[in-house]
Design a protein around this ligand. Structure first.
Ligand SMILES: Cc1cc2nc3c(=O)[nH]c(=O)nc-3n(C[C@H](O)[C@H](O)[C@H](O)COP(=O)(O)O)c2cc1C
Length: 86
């Protein structure tokens, strides 16, 4: 995707949830971003953390953000996000 001229939703922990992101898409947003997910929780397959990585089909350019103190957790979590369409 060409990013020039696109409308981005700022990453918003506790704000950028899926229903809100869909509302933003309906109002012209092009690029969306999930809420911050904790890498170690994603690695543990925490349901609530994995839910943060869920992408809606309307999200054609979807970014994931992960917080981790261990690089291995960050990498595993980003792979999990990529598997879900990020
Ligand atoms: C409630 C709230 C949550 C935020 N969460 C994140 C976040 O998870 N990750 C991040 O990089 N920035 C986060 N930010 C920073 C916003 O993305 C940042 O304020 C925005 O990019 C600045 O845009 P502006 O200059 O148009 O205000 C958050 C900001 C707010 C107010």
């Amino acid at each position: 995707m060409e990013f020039r001229g696109r409308v981005f939703l700022a990453p918003l922990t506790k704000g950028g949830n899926l229903p809100f992101r869909r509302l933003c898409l309906a109002h012209g947003c092009d690029v969306t971003m999930d809420e911050m997910a904790y890498g170690y929780q994603v690695v543990k397959r925490s349901k609530s953390e994995l839910a943060l990585l869920r992408k809606h089909p309307e999200e054609t350019c979807f970014g994931a953000q992960v917080a981790a103190s261990r690089p291995g957790d960050a990498i595993a979590a980003e792979f999990a996000a990529a598997e879900r369409g990020a």
